[in-house]
Design a protein around this ligand. Structure first.
Ligand SMILES: *Cc1c(COP(=O)(O)O)cnc(C)c1O
Length: 421
């Protein structure tokens, strides 16, 4: 075979062994050319919700292609986009009445930031600072890196990143510090928006915080006139146990970003939902107040149809029950590790379980990450630790038996690679 010309994401090609080729996906599995199967315990980077190639989503894609491909979305519309927007406004926390389409999680966050800044400019207020949470991840574009944690991932681009105010992660027992800091920051009236990943900070290490903190943060945004942006790109579509994580805090953000699970993980699509107040601030006979944003593939009809099929699956199939069952299994799974000397901080929020392996070295670049990844792959398991943080974020079709096998492998990994306190 001739040499590959593909430059892979987040991949150090000088260190990466041969990259497996996948020829078939089905349910919770990826299949290699030689027929061997890999259990996808991270939903192919958090996108696949029900399982790979859900027949209904595949069918919707097929059907739509007989009539539509991409069409310009400025000045034109189509039924898949119209129907999906109504569905999303109905499913999201109340008050998020307007749906702006784009094509990736990062873009949906860029759109959210632009909406927030545009809102204040259009109403004639001089708020232009963004407040972000320590350890956050919101994407890999310049704007989203700016509102995310500064680290080795973005060190080279630091000169391009804009300054933000940061509130500490609300670690257990230190939640009040987070709230106090945000209150202090919001007092000067310069903050346009607070952006958070509700309940679970994904790429930052599957860090979890309780819903009441999110409710309190929302109260401070209301009291100070700051907008709240909920980045539900990872947490949406049932991951945390509810359709959106914000529901557990009984709050409605001013802006909500969704992408990964929006099409069930089949094809790229993103949406940024906003309140009527934000839409109205851009609604004017003055063209300068237009929301100036578009992606070429905005509201791709095939992607919208896939997302609609996903929405229908949620209403026609017992998805909530599956999620509840998976959440219970995950809770039982991490319970096995409470007394395991090789792990700390075993934690679970809905269908997401995580635990930290005790090792000499920590951090994403610690050699342990790739070693663990290889260890699991040898066993036919796709587990991709964030440094020493092991997590399982599986598609909802995974069985109890498969999950048990994963926890057995994690136990074995602890004995092999972990150190005792
Ligand atoms: C993955 C992720 C993003 C970025 O989404 P992409 O589709 O990879 O651009 C943004 N925010 C959160 C919370 C994410 O997990």
């Amino acid at each position: 075979m001739s040499q590959s010309r593909v430059w892979h994401p987040f991949t150090q090609h000088a260190l990466e062994p041969a990259i497996p080729e996948i020829v078939l996906t089905e349910g919770a599995y990826l299949q290699r050319a030689d027929g061997s199967r890999i259990l996808d315990a991270i939903s192919s980077w958090w996108v696949v919700t029900h399982g790979h190639r859900h027949p209904r989503i595949m069918k919707a894609i097929e059907t739509t292609t007989s009539a539509l491909d991409q069409i310009i979305f400025a000045g034109f519309t189509h039924q898949p986009a119209e129907r999906l927007a109504r569905a999303l406004a109905g499913l999201a926390p109340p008050g998020l009445d307007w749906v702006f389409y784009s094509d990736s999680g990062s873009t949906s966050v860029e759109v959210a930031l632009k909406m927030a800044l545009g809102y204040f400019r259009n109403i004639g207020a001089s708020r232009s600072r963004i407040v972000a949470m320590e350890h956050s991840y919101h994407g890999d574009t310049i704007g989203t890196m700016s509102v995310g944690a500064r680290s080795v991932f973005n060190a080279a681009y630091e000169p391009f990143l804009f300054e933000v105010d940061t509130i500490p992660f609300p670690a257990a027992g230190r939640e009040q510090e987070t709230l106090d800091r945000f209150e202090a920051i919001s007092r000067d009236g310069r903050a346009a928006a607070l952006i958070v990943e509700p309940l679970v900070l994904g790429a930052g290490g599957m860090l979890m915080y309780p819903a009441w903190v999110l409710s309190e943060l929302k109260k401070i945004t209301e009291a100070s006139g700051t907008l709240l942006i909920a980045d539900e790109v990872m947490t949406g579509w049932g991951r945390t146990g509810t359709m959106f994580a914000c529901e557990q805090a009984s709050i409605s953000p001013d802006i909500l970003c969704t992408s990964k699970g929006l099409t069930g993980g089949a094809i790229p699509l993103a949406a940024t939902l906003a309140t009527d107040a934000i839409f109205q601030a851009h609604y004017s006979t003055d063209r300068k107040k237009t929301f100036f944003h578009s992606s070429s593939y905005t509201a791709n009809p095939i992607a919208c149809a896939a997302a609609l099929a996903n929405v229908e699956i949620w209403s026609d199939e017992p998805v909530a029950e599956r999620i509840a069952a998976l959440s219970a299994m995950q809770a039982a799974g991490v319970r096995r590790f409470h007394d395991n000397p090789y792990f700390t901080d075993s934690r679970v929020t809905g269908t997401i379980a995580a635990l930290d392996l005790r090792t000499g070295t920590v951090g994403y670049l610690a050699e342990i990450g790739p070693k663990l990844r290889a260890f699991f792959l040898e066993r036919g398991l796709l587990v991709r630790p964030l440094g020493n943080v092991l997590y399982l974020l599986p598609p909802y079709c995974i069985t109890g038996e498969e999950l048990d096998g994963l926890y057995d492998a994690i136990e074995e990994a602890g004995e092999r690679f972990g150190s005792r306190p």
